[in-house]
Design a protein around this ligand. Structure first.
Ligand code: SF4
Length: 326
């Protein structure tokens, strides 16, 4: 089948066989047609809209030790911080005045934020900003905890599965973490009524094309509202410090494939993409992404939330960003 037919079929049927997906993933041969088709699909569904989400990174403490992450508990060099409820409300106030109507509270799995503390934060935001969406991204919790968050007023939840095959998951995470639980959390969040976002790292250590195929198949099973992917970027204070980072090309190719598989999904063009290439986020938008998440965290803590090295937008300019709508 020639390039055009393959892309046309993905555009209309939103699916391909395993071998066809592997072909698309592993070669740049289809990129030009793929990007054009993804951009067309995005425009058909969303016109020129790019959705802006205000990101508040409120704690860089984490009880987990994922091998790829700069704020893993095993990194004793990380300078840790937590934001109080009032700090977070100030970020929201600033964001609201700038026009943000979605706040994304992201943090490590930090036991300091008990259910009571977290729900107090969420319900305060809900009370002050009834017209805003509240997204949480705070990792794996029990169903009861997720229900409490939902009742307090949170309506969206981001939890990347990171990799969908157990064998690969075990190479990226310590033994006390399990892919099974990660997936269980995602399905529970959906059942509770959250709009759910998931996604994976591109070019993570030991990742093979088959892993990416499994990621696409898992996303089909989950059918999330949001899909966040970004290149793996190594961090100097992790066990993976010498591993190669993921590539711009493959990340953008996968954004385009995801846009054609999930025409209505919200797909961010991530900070990680902007970190590996000066125009990474713009290129992501041109390949089908439709969300950007400028940083609303207080300037003094932005440099401390370092999941990977050389993260961009840690200065004063972050919330204003430099993204052009197109
Ligand atoms: S990836 Fe998430 S869960 Fe893992 S150590 Fe980093 S912040 Fe914690």
């Amino acid at each position: 089948m020639d390039n055009i037919n393959l892309i046309n079929r993905l555009s209309s049927e939103h699916n391909l066989s395993d071998s066809e997906f592997l072909k698309l993933i592993t070669t740049s041969e289809y990129d030009a047609e793929l990007f054009l088709a993804a951009d067309k699909t995005r425009r058909e569904n969303y016109k020129a809209a790019v959705y802006i989400r205000g990101l508040i990174e409120f704690t860089n403490y984490c009880k987990n030790d994922c091998f790829y992450c700069g704020i893993r508990c095993g990194n004793k060099k990380a300078v840790r911080y937590r934001l109080t409820r009032d700090d977070i409300l100030m970020c929201c106030a600033e964001g609201y005045s700038l026009g943000f109507r979605t706040f994304v509270l992201q943090g490590g799995e930090d036991p300091y934020y008990t259910d009571d503390i977290m729900c107090e934060i969420v319900s305060s935001i809900r009370k002050n900003y009834p017209d805003c969406a509240i997204t949480l991204s705070v990792g794996e919790k029990t169903r009861e905890t997720y229900e409490k968050y939902f009742e307090a007023g949170a309506n969206r939840y981001l939890l990347r599965h990171e990799t969908a095959l157990d064998e690969h998951y075990k190479k990226l995470h310590p033994n006390n973490m399990s892919l099974e639980n990660r997936k269980k959390c995602l399905f529970e969040l959906k059942k509770i009524g959250f709009q759910v976002g998931s996604g994976f790292m591109v070019g993570s250590p030991y990742q093979k094309p088959d892993n990416i195929l499994a990621d696409l198949r898992f996303l089909q099973e989950l059918s999330p509202d949001m899909i966040g992917i970004g290149p793996y970027i190594s961090h100097e204070d992790t066990p993976f410090k010498d591993k190669k980072s993921g590539s711009l090309e493959l990340t953008i190719r996968l954004i385009a494939i995801l846009r054609l598989m999930f025409p209505y999904a919200l797909i961010p063009s991530t900070t990680a993409l902007g970190t590996i290439h000066p125009e990474g986020r713009e290129l992501g938008l041109k390949a089908g992404a439709n969300v950007v998440m400028p940083n609303l965290s207080p300037v003094k803590v932005r440099k401390l939330y370092t999941l990977y090295d050389n993260k961009i937008c840690t200065g004063e300019e972050a919330a204003q960003g430099n993204v052009k709508e197109h």
